[in-house]
Design a protein around this ligand. Structure first.
Ligand code: CA
Length: 222
């Protein structure tokens, strides 16, 4: 999953980015409202973390502009402690959740997981598909045969995206956009390499190639 983190406090932003990347998110950073608004509009993020006090353009205005332009990405706002009106204004502007500063990164991660789970229409906290269970904490997958398979960071992000979209044709471009951040050298041929490695680990038949279109995870729903 790919996130946009909008935060002008450079120290907080770099610490958060590191924690989020460790949890298997690809993260783009914006440190002002203008860049944030642009990125949120053109890049296909799975969720956005938005600080409200920003240089350039206030976070609430950025959020209102996204929603007016039908940008439906789930947004979690960062508010000041005890500023109840910021939370109300945030929800009115289209926020999906909020977190008051200062916060524990564990709470942010739990809220992000809940947010992205809801946005992909999933009720269960555990990601399960095709007889496999993805352990998002330990970044490994439990196979129906009972085996546990460790995944590298990229393999984990790729498999999570596949498991969130079973039975759908996913192009290499789309996979690349959701698995890597914008600073990454996005050669979509790399996706082929990672799909091959995933197939070696979880079984060839789980990911089907559709020539000229992309890949389908769990081609026949079972
Ligand atoms: Ca700020």
């Amino acid at each position: 999953m790919r996130l946009l983190l909008v935060e002008d406090d450079a120290q907080l932003a770099s610490g958060l980015r590191r924690d989020l990347e460790r949890q298997g998110f690809a993260v783009d950073l914006a440190d002002n409202g203008i860049d944030a608004e642009h990125l949120g509009r053109v890049e296909p993020y799975d969720a956005i973390i938005l600080d409200l006090g920003l240089p350039g353009r206030p976070g609430l205005e950025v959020l209102a502009h996204w929603r007016a332009d039908a940008v439906a990405t789930p947004v979690l706002i960062l508010t000041a402690r005890d500023a109840w009106h910021e939370k109300v204004d945030g929800f009115k502007a289209g926020a999906d959740d909020y977190l008051a500063k200062p916060f524990h990164v564990e709470e942010l991660l739990a809220r992000l997981q809940a947010l992205t789970r809801r946005s992909t229409g999933r009720a269960e906290p555990v990601l399960r598909a095709d007889g496999m269970v993805l352990d998002e904490e330990r970044q490994q997958v439990l196979l129906d045969s009972g085996g546990e398979v460790a995944l590298t960071g990229t393999e984990f992000r790729l498999l999570r995206y596949f498991m969130q979209h079973p039975g759908r044709i996913l192009s290499k471009t789309r996979l690349t956009e959701h698995v890597y951040d914008q600073d990454f050298d996005r050669d979509s041929n790399l996706i082929e390499v990672y799909v091959r490695r995933l197939r070696d680990k979880i079984g060839r038949e789980r990911i089907e190639t559709r020539r000229g279109q992309g890949y389908v995870f769990q081609p026949k729903s079972s």
